[in-house]
Ligand binder design. Structure first.
Ligand SMILES: [Zn+2]
Length: 256
């Protein structure tokens, strides 16, 4: 019954985040819905990269606190990148799969209802169109025409907010998370292994804070939210993560 938010195409992360921006794929496949779906994907990508940056930065800065060995830092960073990217992909796969299962179940139910009580379904569609602002007569006429053309599609879009041709694809969502996290993770990984030992941590901290600022700004823009506080929270979170792991790493390095 919710038509504001399609439980649809963008990956879960985008779907969750999209709640703030009031967008979605529903509403009869208008062009703006397609665009906002694309923006949601893009925003999910930025957020995935953001996760990759923070988690890998915390890891490599922590290890760099404990050791100056470049190969150890590199190995830890690569392991962290792979573990993070795979766990994000697996999580996304599982969550989008169950989302798709529930969309399919909803479509099956709708199909049965249409077969068993077409009159009640026509009334229902009329009510929903009227609730969207059409006059009673116009809603009735629109409902009849939509039902004649493709009743299931009409109910899927208006009632469930689903485009039956474009159910969320768990593999796409998994791959997108994997790529986004990896792209983000590469930044702190390169920043920590390229400079000499004394410059490693400062270079990484600066690179990460700049990148988190950019991610925060882009993600706020895509979500049509004001950037200021969101960016501060994002940068603050990243700084805190690196401060904690560096302190613990240094302490463990000194103790060992
Ligand atoms: Zn229906």
């Amino acid at each position: 019954m919710t038509e504001d938010e399609a439980p649809g195409r963008p990956p879960t992360r985008a779907h969750i985040e999209a709640h703030g921006s009031g967008s979605g794929g529903a509403g009869g496949g208008s062009q703006s819905a397609e665009i906002s779906t694309r923006l949601n994907w893009l925003r999910a990508g930025v957020l995935g990269a953001n996760d990759g940056i923070i988690s890998t930065a915390g890891l490599v800065v922590g290890v760099a606190g404990a050791t100056t060995s470049r190969s150890v830092i590199f190995a830890a960073g690569i392991a962290g990148l792979l573990a993070g990217a795979l766990s994000m992909a697996a999580g996304e796969y599982v969550s989008v799969s169950s989302q798709r299962d529930s969309e399919r179940a909803a479509l099956d139910l709708e199909r049965r209802e249409l077969a068993e009580e077409p009159e009640a379904e026509l009334d229902e569609l009329t009510d929903m169109l009227a609730a969207r602002g059409l006059s009673r007569d116009l809603a009735r006429e629109a409902a009849e025409q939509l039902t004649e053309r493709d009743a299931l599609r009409a109910h899927a879009r208006v009632e469930l907010g689903i485009n039956p041709d474009e159910l969320a694809n768990p593999w796409h969502a998994a791959l997108a998370s994997l790529v986004a996290f990896t792209v983000g993770a590469l930044l702190p990984l390169l920043a920590i292994i390229l400079p000499g030992p004394s410059a490693r941590v400062p270079v990484t901290v600066v690179a990460v804070l700049v990148a988190l600022t950019l991610c925060g700004v882009v993600s706020a823009r895509l979500g049509r939210a004001p950037a200021g506080r969101a960016v501060l929270r994002n940068v603050g979170g990243g700084a805190l993560a690196m401060a904690v792991t560096y302190a613990v790493g240094t302490w463990l390095g000194a103790a060992g």
